[in-house]
Design a protein around this ligand. Structure first.
Ligand code: CP
Length: 310
């Protein structure tokens, strides 16, 4: 039994997509699509306090969770590590326990350490739910879900003939890992992964994928190009020769995009390094679904909060 599913088979926490049953993933995606279609918003979380507990910066994830919680009637607390007693040495666990003691029932947690969010889930009182908003390089499940919702909207629910390429800094990307788990679970026909060898993981992350360093070849005929942010803040020196070289070899330009299927879509989790992994003309062009991903983030996060807290 995974920590995120309770003894009755219900979603207790959302920690990762690797151990999330495909039925639970599908149910969240269907509920999120209903919210995206304008389903009547209930007061499912009325009177409940939800805290966004972020130990790393965020724009999209934090604010869309806040908006999602507000739309469901919750009270929102926004914890900012840089202005909190964490700066005086208070531990993450003590911080969490204090907020739990105040009556917070939902925690949306981002942390730089792999496994830190699941560790908090081990310390929850009954009725308290943890949602992983990104831990280290490991998991970003709500991003993976919103990416799958976007793919369903663009390409339909049958992924069996879909060709997807994930491009760039896979080594440091929790988004790529969550997308890979979800794409496999939903039966994606072909997953290609492309990047310089220094930015590809050397564990079993890429099992079942076609792996190449040749971006032009990797783009041929794909239905979806998922571009990743070059995570310079997580890198040690020397993984990329220079940003110019990276852009030349792995930057998605309009010319390069012509190698993909004519109706291919381009995705990026944000924030984008414009001019490095993606050009303005692609990011803002007709094949870009980047802002649709962001819009879907609110719907997915409503579905997740409702599932674990109502
Ligand atoms: N995609 C994503 O996680 O963006 P933020 O870091 O802005 O939340």
């Amino acid at each position: 039994m995974s920590l995120q599913i309770d003894e009755n088979g219900r979603l207790r926490h959302l920690l990762d997509l690797a151990t999330l049953p495909v039925t639970a993933m599908d149910a969240l995606l269907r509920r999120a699509q209903a919210f995206a279609d304008g389903a009547q918003v209930s007061d499912a979380l009325s009177g409940r306090a939800v805290c966004t507990l972020f130990f790393e910066p965020s724009t999209r994830t934090r604010l869309s969770f806040q908006l999602a919680a507000q739309r469901l009637g919750a009270q929102i607390l926004n914890f900012d590590a840089s202005t909190s007693s964490a700066t005086k040495g208070e531990t993450d666990l003590d911080t969490f326990r204090n907020l739990q003691a105040m009556g917070v029932r939902g925690f949306v947690v981002r942390h730089k350490a792999d496994g830190a969010v699941a560790a908090l889930a081990q310390a929850t009182a009954p009725g308290v739910a943890i949602i992983n908003a990104g831990d280290g390089r490991s998991h970003h499940p709500s991003q993976g879900l919103l990416d799958m919702l976007t793919l369903r909207q663009a390409k339909g629910e049958d992924f069996s003939k879909l060709k997807v390429v994930i491009v760039g800094d896979v080594k440091h990307s929790r988004v790529a890992r969550s997308d890979l788990h979800a794409l496999r679970a939903l039966g994606c026909g072909e997953i290609r992964v492309c990047g310089p060898a220094t930015l590809l993981p050397d564990d079993d992350t890429l099992h079942g994928c076609t792996v190449t360093g040749d971006f032009d070849a990797a783009l041929n005929g794909v239905d979806v190009a998922m571009m990743l942010r070059l995570q310079r803040e997580r890198m040690v020196e020397g993984l990329v020769a220079s940003l110019d070289d990276y852009h030349r070899d792995y930057g998605l330009t309009a010319v390069r995009l012509r190698r993909a299927a004519a109706d291919a879509i381009v995705m990026h989790p944000g924030p984008m390094n414009r001019g490095i992994e993606i050009t303005d003309e692609v990011a803002d062009g007709p094949q870009s679904w980047v802002l649709r991903q962001v819009a879907n983030g609110v719907a997915v996060r409503m579905a997740v909060l409702e599932a674990v807290l109502s």
